[in-house]
Ligand binder design. Structure first.
Ligand code: PHE
Length: 338
């Protein structure tokens, strides 16, 4: 066998390495195996020379393989465009491992609350965190200088805007939004949820910032019985048990009659008969509120309710102090880490 044959095989195999995705496989090529098996049949005087050539060939192949592997390796790393505008490379793995974060317990629970009402057929809209005097009071039948305005401990911005003190600020918008559907023979069924703010001293049961959920339902036949059925059904689903409920009269300018809705504290969480817990305010929407949104209060009636989310969650988990929620304490937050 002449040196030229070996050189030919070498060129062929090196070319193959250069284009292969798995270059190391070339070491098992049949051409190479054939060369090895030939060694035995080479005349003794040529054998040393032949063996050296085969070794050279193998070494050249190894070098080509290492080079090709490095090339493949660097091709698999995405190239960063360092001249790109900020954010261009943002699809690369994030620096903050996502598995270290979860939803805040209040948001987890709020999602459940929204889910329950959505399954009952209510649309859900988030409430605003900055609103105005009109939605906070006027549209809700609080005349100017009405003393009930004071009951809401409302903050104001220097410009006169209102960080809403209840989610009832969304009622007027929900009514306006649903008016056409109502007049076309449908009904209005919506909830609104979000943060509300009150100028309160903070203690175990009061926060300046908390969450509320509001519900609004309007149709030709809406009545208190439907409202109580809706609320009972919500609470029984949320707490996953049957509950006793009761109401007592309460005053809110935007409902007539106005009620406070209470549930009996379930035995499962240490309650007993006669231990009533007020959960929210509710009532039949005042005709003035319907009319403010252009809805004919002789033809249509509605009910509305609104209440705090923290209270719901505290009762569910036996949390004794409202301040835990905003404390940022990891030991507390991790208890809800599902
Ligand atoms: N917005 C009232 C509150 O926060 C609760 C309420 C809502 C009462 C809807 C009646 C109807 O005190």
């Amino acid at each position: 066998m002449s040196i030229h044959d070996n050189e030919g095989v070498k060129q062929l195999l090196i070319e193959r390495v250069k284009t292969s995705e798995t270059p190391r496989d070339v070491l098992r090529a049949p051409e190479l195996r054939k060369l090895y098996s030939t060694i035995g049949s080479i005349p003794a005087e040529e054998r040393a020379n032949f063996g050296r050539e085969v070794n050279d060939l193998k070494q050249a192949l190894e070098e080509a393989i290492t080079e090709r592997e490095a090339q493949l390796d660097s091709a698999s790393v995405e190239q960063l465009d360092v001249t790109a505008p900020w954010g261009e490379n943002a699809s690369l793995p994030s620096l903050l491992p996502a598995e270290h974060g979860t939803h805040h317990p209040l948001i987890q629970e709020l999602n459940q609350v929204v889910d329950i009402f959505t399954r009952m057929g209510f649309e859900a809209v988030e409430s605003r965190q900055i609103d105005d005097d009109f939605h906070m009071f006027e549209a809700l039948n609080f005349p100017k200088d009405h003393p009930a305005r004071d009951g809401y401990d409302t903050f104001r911005t220097e410009e006169g805007y209102v960080p809403p003190a209840h989610t009832s600020t969304m009622q007027h918008r929900i009514l306006l939004d649903g008016k056409a559907r109502l007049e076309a023979g449908g009904d209005i069924a919506a909830i609104s949820y979000g943060r509300v703010f009150r100028n309160e001293d903070v203690d175990a049961t009061h926060e300046h910032t908390f969450y509320q959920v509001e519900g609004v339902y309007v149709s030709e036949q809406a009545n208190l019985g439907q409202m109580l059925g809706t609320l009972r059904s919500f609470f029984e689903t949320y707490y996953d048990q049957e509950l006793r409920i009761k109401t007592q009269p309460a005053y809110f300018p935007f409902v007539e009659p106005g009620l406070e809705f209470a549930i009996e504290k379930p035995a499962a969480i240490g309650g007993g008969p006669g231990q009533w817990l007020e959960m929210l305010g509710c009532g039949m929407i005042h005709p003035n509120v319907l009319e403010a949104a252009g809805i004919d209060s002789k033809k249509y009636r509605g009910f509305a309710w609104g209440g705090g989310v923290e209270r719901l969650v505290m009762l569910k988990y036996g949390i004794e102090d409202l301040r835990h929620f905003e404390s940022g304490k990891l030991a507390f937050l991790r208890k809800f880490n599902t």
